[in-house]
Design a protein around this ligand. Sequence first.
Ligand SMILES: [Fe+2]
Ligand SMILES: [Fe+2]
Length: 297
Amino acid sequence: MDSGFAREAVATRLLTASVRTSYDPTVEIDWTAPHRPGAYWLPPERSSLYGTGIWERLSEEQRIELTKHEVASAASAGIWFETILMQLLIRHYYDADPTSRHAQYALTEVADECRHSIMFGRLIEATGCPVYRADPVDHLLGRWLKTTATGPQMYAAILIAEEILDAFQREIMADDSLQPLIRMVSRIHVVEEARHVRFARDELTRQVEAAGPLALGYARLVIGRAAYSITRRLVHPRAYAAVGIPPAAGRAAARANPHWRATLRWSAQRVLDHLAGLGLVSGPGRLLWARAGLLDR
Ligand SMILES: [Fe+2]
Ligand SMILES: [Fe+2]
């Protein structure tokens, strides 16, 4: 099939699916509903401190509180990624044919992400947790990525962020022991993100085929850095302070925690396999995947 035709066919299908299942979280979610007492916000075994000595010393109430702050941290990271992503898509659209389904789907995805970032903002507000912002270095790298990234590194960075969050959210939405609010947020996000993942995977394949060896070498490095920033950023160290753990001690315990390392690998496995299959996880960029704890050296 001609690649322009195939691209339009994918976008047409995704546009149809967007009409069928899109949610407005300001209407769909009862933001004022009371939280369920005694329910975790994440499966406890997905907490970054699960199984550590610190975890053993926390009361049940503190463990629940920690998972709530971990969720608020991931939602803060989600907003950060989505803001970057929206700008990447708008930049892509700037050069595209506005009559094409491809360009129209890119705008539809921006519209989805607008609603998602509002949803994550409402979620953070409902938890009563602070907004856990990226540190100044990542904030600056994010600004650089959203201003400059094109081609393979743009779509690969999108996929890494989307698929890692997606792994957690699929598990959350299926677990009826968890807080109803986070399950509902996860369900809406998973449904709409499935389209984004399809779009990015399809586009990434085309971009890799079109890129020369130099561009691919550079892309592998940026992709490794994106994987590193995203996984490091999931749990903000200040989240630990909410249950009386000094941030540096909490972060060190999480990094050394085999359960958390296994969780990170589990969450990134699907996107890692996909990117490795396209030859995008090698060279110096591979070391960054290893430093993020997602690969053996
Ligand atoms: Fe999203
Ligand atoms: Fe998305």
